[in-house]
Design a protein around this ligand. Structure first.
Ligand code: ASP
Length: 330
């Protein structure tokens, strides 16, 4: 698989002078969290800290001056697309945004590899979101320039998981020894798939809370067993709320259900409201990748433990760090 190779993807890029080409991500695709180890994560989170300081102090930098990002979104997005765009702009680069694929040649039947080959001839890095699992890998195979997976259907969402991990580290000041609950749509939620894999690089105890039909996929549970992690599965959030350091809530993903009745049965299975929060630890954090629909009551927003808006902001710093690293400027 492409991401397991740390060789330079595009030999032509090696000739380009870069400030730092030894960061482990220079010229690489970012397709799955499986390509990260603890050392690389520490490095990226450190760069994200620097990006945050830079934005707070100066608002912008010219690190990626002259570079172009193609933002190719075949599925709706608010935070991922706009934070990648903002990340590139704040680093002095420019963006070609293709959010409305229905206005592009995709509607004329153009294949994903052809679309990607076209875009890479104009830009330096491609960010792609697509409804099918494995689509980012297909794009990466076709491209010589780095491709970043911004969500491939119910598969993975590596940049979200990186910002989630960064948020946990930033809020709780540690990543080992935590009890982490994930709640809601664990079957189709790509963010929880990626985050579970990243957290399994640390000493984490997992609590998975979902309706029976939306349980965490067996493939991921098996990975946890193999890596010697403890996990527990529950249906009721009240069984876990007082025990955990992190409660990561997800939306039930209507767009992934074949049977609309099934969606109706589980769509408002969980609501985190002030009553549920009253049972949680004083220093726990409540996270959500957003958008939320029914699952977190707005009355919880002012609770200091509600970290989801800070989490969302962190997305820009992590994506600034990733773009700089992939383009050899971190
Ligand atoms: N924004 C996240 C994603 O793209 C979560 C969601 O859509 O519910 O996966």
């Amino acid at each position: 698989m492409l991401y397991q190779s740390y060789d330079m993807k595009d030999p032509h890029q090696a000739a380009v002078p870069a400030d730092n080409v030894n960061n482990g991500l220079y010229g690489q695709d970012i397709l799955s969290v499986k390509q990260f180890n603890r050392q690389l994560l520490t490095y990226i989170m450190g760069v994200a800290d620097e990006m945050r300081a830079l934005v707070k102090r100066f608002g912008k930098a010219n690190l990626l001056d002259g570079k172009i990002l193609a933002n190719l979104f075949y599925e709706p997005s608010t935070r991922t697309s706009s934070s990648f765009q903002a990340a590139m702009l704040r680093l002095g680069g420019r963006v070609i945004a293709i959010n409305e694929v229905r206005y592009s040649s995709v509607t004329k039947g153009e294949s994903l590899p052809d679309t990607v080959r076209t875009l890479e001839s104009y830009c330096d890095v491609i960010v792609i979101r697509h409804p099918e699992v494995g689509s980012a890998a297909i794009a990466a195979k076709a491209a010589r320039k780095p491709v970043i997976n911004a969500g491939d259907g119910p598969g993975e969402h590596p940049t979200q998981a990186l910002l989630d991990l960064y948020t946990i580290a930033d809020e709780l000041k540690r990543l080992d020894g935590l009890k982490v609950a994930m709640l809601g749509d664990l079957k189709y939620g790509r963010t929880v798939h990626s985050l579970t894999r990243l957290l399994s690089l640390y000493d984490t105890e997992f609590y998975f809370v979902s309706p029976e039909i939306l349980r965490m996929p067996e493939e991921i549970l098996q990975e946890l067993r193999q890596s010697g992690h403890t996990y527990h599965e529950f249906e009721d959030v009240h069984d876990v709320i007082s025990k955990v350091d992190v409660l990561y809530v997800t939306r039930v993903q209507r767009e992934r259900f074949d049977d609309p009745d099934e969606y109706e049965r589980v769509k408002d299975y969980y609501v985190i409201d002030p009553e549920v929060m009253s049972k949680a630890k004083q220093d726990m954090i409540l996270m959500h990748p957003l958008p939320r629909v029914y699952e977190i009551d707005m009355r919880v927003d002012d609770d200091p433990r509600a970290a989801y808006f800070r989490q969302m902001e962190n997305g820009m710093y992590i994506r600034m760090a990733l773009l700089a690293a992939v383009l050899g400027k971190a």
